[in-house]
Structure formats: structure tokens, C-alpha cells
Design a binder for this molecule. Sequence first.
Ligand code: SF4
Length: 351
Amino acid sequence: MTAASPALLDLTLPELTEWMVGLGFPKFRAGQVYTWLMKGKRPGEMNNVPLALREALAQNAHVGGVTICETLESPKDGTRKYLYELEDGNILEGVLLRYHHGNTLCVSTQVGCRMGCAFCASTGDGLIRNLTPGEILGQVIAVNADLGGGRSITNLVLMGSGEPLDNYDNTLKFIRLASCGDGLGISQRNISLSTCGLVERIDQLAQEGLHITLCISLHSALDEKRRQIMPIARKWTVAQTVNAARAYAQATGRRVIFEYALTNGINDTCQDADALATALKGLPSHVNVIPLNAADGSTLSASEHVEAFLKMLEDRGVSATRRRTLGEDIEGACGQLRRRRLQERAEKIPE
Ligand code: SF4
């Protein structure tokens, strides 16, 4: 740890300890500070540490997380959408999904995204910047605090704005921070990372010794069609993408999840089901089929043939289910809430 004025949430407990010892404080104080940080507390609120330490933290470091600036809750299913503000004023959104097996938080790894998927609201302005590990962790800490201060979040999906593998080092550090017993202690088996298919990074991820679930946004097993909706498909073919998934499954012993947003006239025919079944043959995998929830202004629309497509997959021996959609009544696809907030901000700026 070399930063002169570190973001505290970017640090592991050993890194925080080293930094605080360098400032002249005893080691055991780092454990106290770390416990407060994991509860979303600022230095001024750490009331079992000496005033001198609180002042030193405030003067020599910043927390580096997020602040919740808006919450919307679905009266239908309890899904909550959050708008967060970062220390530099950037805006992010997150979604809390409530399942019978626990609370799942969808976290973002970048502000914006440069991957350019045709249906996605996060990509409109391109990539603004990568999030630091502490800013990703800060989303979990903020929502835990909002839910009453315990460790209410049991599952994480890295499926908010941004391509996690395009912010590789920070994403990996976040996973280690979130799953570490010193901190939030979220089991890696309860963490899913969703990628649009950065093949070289999937290969790298397979060698990290993690136990997380890999989800790949495939959306079509036909190269020509996939290229129409996902620019990444111009770099990596379906075969290369699925081969990387096979290597991941082999290295980790974990099945791979494929996301498939069913889109009218694009990927919902027999030919598409055939291609998917052929591509995934022999691979321990599962397909999540969901009707497309396109961003405002997209020319793409949801297919009405979800059940029929699932039947086609079943007939071809592909493990697939319809993914439950939650929170539809409180703003649709990822990134839409943020776009609305940015528009409101722009409207307030006088010409
Ligand atoms: S779907 Fe994911 S990878 Fe594609 S543009 Fe949106 S955030 Fe980026």
C-alpha cells in the first residue's frame, strides 16, 4: 500500500494495519477501525477509538465508498433500487433482490461501460471510469447499513453497470475483500460474475483459485446474430467464448451460467435453439432465459416466445429456466434509473 492518502475501503485488514502502524498507532486499533468501516461508519462515528486516531484517519485518508442518494422499493415484490453517489459526484445504481434463500445485491464495477451492447442503458455514454475495489465494496456496505446494520446481503451478482472483467484487478480485489472473513465474509460460492465474454480474461479468471460462479451473456449462439447486438462478438466467436467457459468449468469444477435475453426476431427461433444446444453440448452449464428488458430508445424488443423457446431447449437436452424478473414496477433495465437522474441534473444546469 503506497498511496499517501488512501481510500480506507480499498484496503485489506493487513494493509490497513500496516498503514496505521506507520502513523504510529498500535496494531489492534486497525481491527476496531476495520469493523466500523464494514458497518458503513465514518471516522467521526468510530466511538471506541481515541479521538487522536479518528482525527488522523480524517486528515490522512478518505473512506472511498458510496452514499445512497435515492431508494425505490417495489410494493409488489420488495425489490429495492438504489442510486448511489460516489465521492467525485458520479452516480451509480444498484438493485437488491429478495429471494427466499437470502438477499442478493447486484453491484456495479464501472461508471458506464465501453462494451456497447445494443440493449443496454449503461453503455450510452461509454466508459466514464473504473470503480475502485472500495467503491464496489461500498455498495454492499451501504445497503447492509440501509437494511439495519448487520450482514443482510448474502449473495452478490456483479451484473450492474460495467464489464467486471474490463476492470479486472479492482474486481478481483473486491471479490477477495467481500469474501474475506475479516470483512463481510460473503461466501465466494454466493458470488456470480457476469461478463459479456472477454475470453482472455475468462482464461485468467479460471486460474485465480476462486469459487465464484461465472455467468456469460451469450444472447445468441450464432456469430452473425451475436455480432448484431454485442460488439464483443466481433472479437471473439461463440466457439472461443464457449471454449473459455469449458476451461473455466474444468479448472473450478463449477457449472457456467449463460444469460440469454430473448429478443423478438433475433434469437428466439428453432435455429437459435439448435445452435445453442450444439454450442453447449457436454459443458456443465445452465441457461437463464429472460425476455429482453431493453433500454429506452433501443430498437430491440422482448420476445413473447419464452415458454416455447424453453421447451425447444428442453427437447434438445439443454438445462434452462426462465429467470424471475423482479422490480419491473420500479424502473426497468439496468442503468435506466441512473440515466433519469443524470437527465434531471442536466435539466437543472442553467444554459
Ligand atoms: S450489458 Fe454489460 S457489458 Fe454490455 S454494455 Fe451493458 S454493462 Fe456493458
